[in-house]
Design a protein around this ligand. Sequence first.
Ligand code: FVH
Length: 290
Amino acid sequence: MTDNPSVTIIGLGSMGQALANAYLEAGHPTTVWNRTAAKADALAARGATRAATVSDALWASDLVVLCVLDYAAVDELLTPNADILKGRVLVNLTNGQPEQARRTGEWATTQGAEYLDGGIMAIPSMIGTPEAFILYSGSQAAFDRHEAALEILAVPKFVGADAGLAALNDLALLSGMYGTIAGARHATALIGPERAAEFTTSLLIPWLQAMANILAPSSTEREAGDIPSEESPLDMQAIALANIVQASRSEGVSLDLLAHLLTPMRDIIAAGEGDVLTDLVDTIGKEIRS
Ligand code: FVH
């Protein structure tokens, strides 16, 4: 394999543009295609080859990266070009569900392509930085052969031969992120707009970073994310949660972002020793949902 193999990028939204720019910067001959052709202008000015059609884009390189909105778009682009996929490595970085990835992987393999599904764990401005990583699943042989080219985009992490695994891990990580963002939004609403920026920088971010360590399972009995009961018993946590609810009410902050926390807390306590706090959490949970 040559040092800088040619690469095709199909889909030039914010992410596709960042991917194409990374390859241009690294000196890879880069062919680009986008449904709205004008989005290729800046890349062409930087040296990318603009393909007139999807099939021209596919012919141009053995390594083809797809990054479009969803799998409906992926199907629309690939199905009419099934006969030219043979021998190519398709790297699909479009967000989707595990079953969609598996189906596309099986179909592409049937056409004679090698398939890698990917989950980009970065925003466009992070592409090419050491903080960005991309999860891959599918053809281990294709991953091994093209690892150096994949490293241009982000740290590549192969998570298994089942093509659905990158999507599964991606969606699981996004769930963690959205939960954190919801909690952070409630936190800044409680603090108020005037102090929110300072609070976020000096307190919230360091606090969340420090508390991320509780996610590490320390024993086989404990699920990841549980706080050790001997250090922080659940009934103590239920009181803190009840206090958050009351303080939010006093400050006129909507409880929408917290409702999902109260029901599991109530259930965990109820499943334990039938603590009196169950009633308190239950009552608050009902109020929030009403
Ligand atoms: N941007 C981000 O922060 C996230 C980071 C993690 C990964 N995601 C996923 O990446 C996929 C692309 O996201 P994007 O940010 O580039 O999205 P847009 O800027 O909205 O661009 C969408 C592109 O998809 C093209 N497209 C849509 N429908 C079709 C279609 N039927 N046929 C052909 N192309 C289609 C669209 O083309 P156009 O509107 O410019 O003509 C854009 O190129 C996505 O899965 C994220 O979840 C990004």
